[in-house]
Design a protein around this ligand. Structure first.
Ligand code: PEP
Ligand code: MN
Length: 413
């Protein structure tokens, strides 16, 4: 049996310098791995700190411009991909399927909204997961929880579940491989394609942060988001993204207060730059109509021009008697409808959609136009973490979203 969870000793490296030093600011960092071998961690982050960034600072700036158009109501943001990418899962087939399905969703939404759609993958770096419990128990055996391929392995053995710092290096390499294919696919098509992941493992994000002539950027992805479990106002995660110039996003769950949302705006977007900050609402179908209006109206009244997007996945997850985590497409659609209703009521722009999806015919979520039934769910359940929409369900949802845009009232800004 492992002992109680001990928060890791901070002491990461100076961002991008390749030299050991003090942490930028000592703040509590939630959800960090308990790396057993600090020397190995230091060696790997020193290696990463002198490797090329995976994206360019000017690409991040261009994405901020695209998101500014979304914030002004002149474009739509579509963000999607796996809940958790795995190193083994990066096959040409898988990357092509995600890219292709996002492109089809984009085409449907473009037509309905009559606006350009910005395509942002949860891809090429989505390897770290926050967990509700640091341990997992199966048939009486307790091991550390799986925290994503960047940290440990999914296999339920002590060896696999031990955090291994060499995985940070592998994560960088596999991200680069994925990006290489994505850049080729995007160059062939007509659309731009951007990458994003949850900025969770701060040692990794710090190691890929660089001082550039235009300021400090985390060059592991174009956009980084902070999850619902790590958005503490005095925590290290918000402090980290406050210091980088990439466009950033923060998930807002149903317990978020308007004061918290306003404090996040002050911390991450003090200059009120349109496109700098995206709020990803993930309230659940039951809460969105109650909880979201106050957040939107108070943030708008503060003068901030944020992108409001809807993640209709994370507030609607439940566990089936078989033990599989799932989500029902009807509930997902209900949350999206609620999100559009709220924006219609306030005269604000429903900026976009954030989904966990794949282009493959998995059976992880219920429902759809070729329905996945509860009996079907175990048959092709391949997610390493949360249940994803399959290709069919992704396109079903995109059609709903296209209609909601086609019939929306004009926003007042
Ligand atoms: C996720 O996006 O996979 C996730 C963990 O979301 P949240 O932070 O909203 O719970
Ligand atoms: Mn998820």
């Amino acid at each position: 049996m492992p002992g109680p969870f001990v928060p890791p000793d901070p002491g990461p490296l100076v961002p991008g310098s390749g030299e050991a030093g003090a942490a930028p600011r000592p703040r509590p960092a939630a959800q960090q791995p308990d790396w057993p071998d600090r020397a190995a961690l230091r060696a790997v982050t020193e290696e990463l700190a002198v490797l090329p960034g995976l994206v360019l600072a000017e690409e991040c700036d261009r994405l901020t411009e695209r998101l500014a158009a979304v914030a002004r109501g002149e474009a739509v943001l579509l963000q999607g991909g796996d809940c958790a990418e795995t190193f083994d899962g990066v096959t040409e087939e898988h990357v092509r399927a995600t890219f292709g399905t996002l492109a089809e969703m984009r085409a449907l939404i473009t037509e309905g909204a009559r606006l350009p759609v910005v395509q942002l993958g949860r891809i090429a770096g989505q390897y770290a997961k926050p967990r509700s419990s640091p341990f997992e128990t199966r048939s009486g055996e307790t091991l550390p929880a799986y925290r994503g391929d960047l940290v440990n392995g999914l296999a339920f053995t002590l060896l696999s579940r031990a955090p291994d710092a060499r995985r940070l290096h592998l994560g960088y390499r596999v991200s680069a491989t994925t990006l290489n294919l994505l850049r080729a696919l995007a160059a062939r098509g007509d659309g731009e394609f951007w990458t994003s992941h949850e900025a969770l493992v701060l040692e990794y994000e710090w190691a890929l942060t660089r001082e550039t002539p235009s300021g400090r950027y985390d060059l592991s992805a174009h956009l980084l988001w902070i999850g619902e479990r790590t958005r503490q106002l005095d925590g290290a995660h918000l402090d980290f993204v406050a210091g980088i110039r990439n466009p950033v996003a923060v998930k807002l769950g149903p317990t978020t207060t308007a004061d918290e949302a306003l404090a996040i705006v002050d911390q991450l977007d003090p200059d009120r730059t349109p496109g700098r900050l995206t709020f990803i609402s993930r309230m659940g179908a039951d809460a969105v109509r109650d909880r979201l209006p106050e957040l939107v109206s108070k943030v708008e009244a503060s003068g901030a021009r944020v992108v409001w997007m809807c993640d209709p996945m994370h507030g609607n997850t439940f566990v089936m008697p078989s033990g599989h985590k799932t989500r029902d497409l009807d509930r997902i659609v209900d949350e999206v409808q609620g999100f559009f209703d709220v924006h219609a009521g306030l005269g604000t722009h429903p900026g976009g959609l954030h989904v966990e999806m794949t282009g493959e015919p998995v059976s992880e979520c219920l429902g759809g136009s070729r329905p996945v039934t509860p009996e079907d769910v175990p048959s092709r359940y391949e997610s390493a973490c949360d249940p994803r929409l399959n290709q069919r369900q992704s396109l079903d949802l995109a059609r709903v979203v296209a209609k909601l845009y086609a019939h929306r009232p004009p926003s007042r800004r």
